[in-house]
Unconditional design. Structure first.
Length: 150
């Protein structure tokens, strides 16, 4: 043990170490600060992904929009995107696709197609007409006689 400087007080606190000795308190505090920074960062990221997790759990249609708003909020630091994503995650938007699918199924049934059958090929599918009348055989309402000019 080194002799204490006569100018130093004789009742030193426990955290003051001798020259050349390991500073235990500094190691403990460095570990504490590192764990605290990691915990706060994890808490921040969990809070930041809250709208996305809410939308994912409830199987929302707008899940992708909420995820994009969360990324925009993360990279631009504009909190309005996060708030918009949270509101979209909490609100149920009506499913406009289901009535449209129902209408398409009904039209396929009326047209004589099997519901859900895809058209073969890239172009529109040609359908046969049961009645012999076509568009060309009907009289035109504008001109009935092609030879008249007036």
């Amino acid at each position: 043990m080194n002799p204490i400087n006569p100018a130093a007080p004789h009742d030193l606190p426990f955290f003051i170490t001798e020259p050349g000795a390991t500073d235990v308190l500094m190691g403990v505090m460095a570990t504490f600060v590192l764990l605290t920074v990691l915990a706060v960062g994890l808490l921040f990221l969990r809070l930041h992904t809250l709208p996305e997790r809410i939308a994912h759990k409830s199987h929302k249609l707008q899940f992708e929009i909420v995820a994009v708003l969360g990324l925009l909020a993360l990279f631009t630091h504009m909190h309005i995107f996060w708030v918009a994503g949270l509101l979209l995650a909490l609100i149920d938007l009506p499913d406009f696709g289901q009535p449209l699918r129902s209408m398409a199924k009904s039209l396929e049934t009326i047209a004589g197609m099997k519901p859900g059958a895809e058209a073969e090929g890239d172009g529109p599918q040609e359908m046969s007409v049961d009645s012999p009348a076509t568009l060309d055989s009907r009289p035109s309402p504008l001109r009935t006689d092609p030879s008249s000019h007036a």
